[in-house]
Design a protein around this ligand. Structure first.
Ligand code: C5P
Length: 230
């Protein structure tokens, strides 16, 4: 059975390699999985992925690929060669792009699909020509992804229920927008606590600022793990 601490992924949304590696060093005996997103990857490139992997931790490369199928497939191969354990693509790229990504996957790398960004609303969808509810668009894109053999979905915690109802245990679900009860909500509006997200059926929970912006990140992780074990 997966240990509950293995379900927590710390988002290294920081500007420099030094700050990121300092966090990994502080947390390495509590956390085994870290997320490298666009801010850090754009600043430091593949070297930061190698550096985090060299500590023995796993890496979720959250660079949300969305391009022509051939370009996405080649980028998936590059992520395989880097040794990333998990990679995100945008499902709005369509089935041909998603199939190109899943066909290029190797080394058991998990490919997660992004449906509708948690920052998007019905108004955002209507701006790009989609006149439907966010929930319907999430399900439509998730189905496209599952048919094209992705491994899982990145979702808001509030979408876990509809995704599990539709796909059962066929997919893994990674959620973000997580706030422990004691943390500042910041810009997260529709959040869940780590305990609520795990109880709702999340396989992975990505947490950033409640840990990385805490004056004592180790203490923040310890509090979250305590809450999950009680
Ligand atoms: O808010 P927090 O710092 O915990 O964010 C962690 C991750 O969650 C970020 O790397 C971002 O990709 C994602 N996020 C999200 N929806 C938001 C805000 C952040 O999915 N509204």
């Amino acid at each position: 059975m997966t240990k509950v601490s293995d379900k927590i992924i710390v988002a290294l949304d920081v500007a420099t390699k030094e700050r990121a590696l300092d966090l990994v060093e502080q947390l390495h005996d509590q956390i085994s999985f870290f997320k490298i997103g666009l801010q850090l990857y754009t600043a430091e490139g593949p070297e930061i992925v190698r550096a985090v992997l060299s500590t023995g931790a796993k890496v979720w490369l959250d660079i949300k690929l969305h391009d022509i199928p051939n370009t996405v497939a080649r980028a998936v191969e590059s992520a395989n060669r880097l040794g990333a354990h998990m990679l995100t693509i945008h499902l709005s790229g369509g089935s041909e792009m998603i199939c190109a990504a899943t066909a290029a996957r190797a080394n058991n790398m998990t490919i997660l699909g992004v449906t509708v960004l948690t920052s998007a609303t019905e108004q955002t969808l209507s701006e790009i020509g989609i006149s439907d509810k966010v929930e319907n668009q999430v399900l439509r894109l998730a189905k496209l992804g599952v048919e094209a053999k992705i491994d899982g979905i990145v979702a808001s915690p509030h979408e876990i229920k509809i995704l599990r109802a539709e796909f059962g245990d066929k997919i893994r679900i990674a959620v973000q927008g997580i706030r422990p009860i004691w943390a500042e909500p910041g810009d997260q509006k529709r959040f869940m606590t780590p305990c609520q997200a795990i109880a709702a059926g999340a396989d992975y929970i990505g947490i950033g600022r409640p840990i990385t912006a805490h004056p004592n990140p180790r203490e923040a992780v310890a509090k979250i793990l305590d809450e999950l074990h009680t």
